[in-house]
Ligand binder design. Sequence first.
Ligand code: SAH
Length: 479
Amino acid sequence: MDYYPIYLKLTGKPCVVVGGGNVATRKIATLIDAGASVSVVSLSISSEIAGWIETGAITSYRQGEYQASDLSGQLLVIAATPSSIVNQQVFDDAEQVGVLANVVDTPELCRFILPSIVDRSPLMIAISSGGAAPVLARMARQKLETLIPFGWSDLARFAGGLRSQVKSRLKSVDERRRFWEYLFEGPVANLVMAGRSDEAAKSFNTALDAAEEYQNILGGGARLGEVYLVGAGPGDPELLTLKALRLMQQADVVLYDNLVSKDILSLVRRDAERISVAKAKGRHSIAQTEINSEMVRLAGEGKRVCRLKGGDPFIFGRGGEELASLVDAGIPFQVVPGISAANGCAAYAGIPLTHRDFADSVTFVTGHRKNRGYFDLPWKSLSTDRQTLVFYMGLTSAGLIRDKLIGSGMLPSTPVAVVEQGTRIDQRVLVTRLDALPEEIASNAMASPALIIVGGVVTLTESLSWFGTNLITSELAVS
Ligand code: SAH
């Protein structure tokens, strides 16, 4: 984090602006807006500043050259003079005495920066790229401006006036959060934003009465929770479904496994509890039965539990087993499909899995050996022509996969791709041929998570590859 974001309460606090031109005028305007006690030091001032001095909006004005003593007792200083020497002096002095300084348009002379804002006061969103990409920050702001209704300003004010009432009548934090979510998404919000405040107040009271009664009947925490079994996709957060995102932001607690990327986790509601149930192959840090009972326990406490899984929960994800325990415990659930690694990796590696020049079918196969290395797969039918095989968890069994397929009649020259970290920014795609697969995996240090795709469709990646730059084509594959 390059900058630590804070909102300052400036009401009545002494702030000084050095300079009196157009830029200084704009900065003074925002400080006055924030209720600061503004002093100005400048050789000359704009007519607007003169007006503020007259009305008393500006607390003090000293006409003259800047001096170090102008900073005494100030909380912050903004320097906007045409002289870089003066600006530098202001910054140096401010650093010395611990006053926060901002020299306009000079990031290296800023102890704090002024973000662009989306203002739905009291709801306020600040955006900054820390000077790295101001245009991108502006675009982010434009997006948010269109996304967040102006009516949220009224809504936030409306809610602010009712917080203590809600707090005294709804006992638990969860209960209150559910109530506010309902309020902000439902009819009350629409009435507030339509300016129909009397009806909104009535509707609010009815809703609060109902929530209070419900809480009393069920004794708050005794309410039954629910579980969302959500597929998080292979890694790129933009591959989440809208439903996945909505439920991730609703859940009180999130149980995630190690395939869920950090970027995706950052989209979970901020104050949700996050529990890692990492289950790397061969390292069962938490046994499946423990995950199952943890879900049942949390939902039993009335929580909304999001079970976040990599890819799709029903493709080699043990989603079915987890649901069975919920059914046994009578806990309601929803299942949200995700983009499975096969779909994500194929798309991002430019490998159309069933291109009709090469394949009539695609099979998702587990490469995870059960029973001490014993591989119980129909190798004969997997080795026939005109099909695509996608091996999940196949990296460590690559040698065995090669031997079995070739042993069952598949051509040793069959093209194979290994997609590592598919759809993520560091995705790597190795293209080789079946007989060289384990050696190529080793020499290119391909690591988990990786998917192995076998079949003629793999040859298309060279012309259809579009994502990232890490296409490794083994020389063997060309021969
Ligand atoms: N339910 C998941 C699969 C879980 S099994 C899904 O539908 O995708 C775990 C295996 O999935 C890994 O060993 C790897 O083979 C594959 N996998 C998951 N994410 C991947 C990714 N981003 N890139 C490549 N392979 C991935």
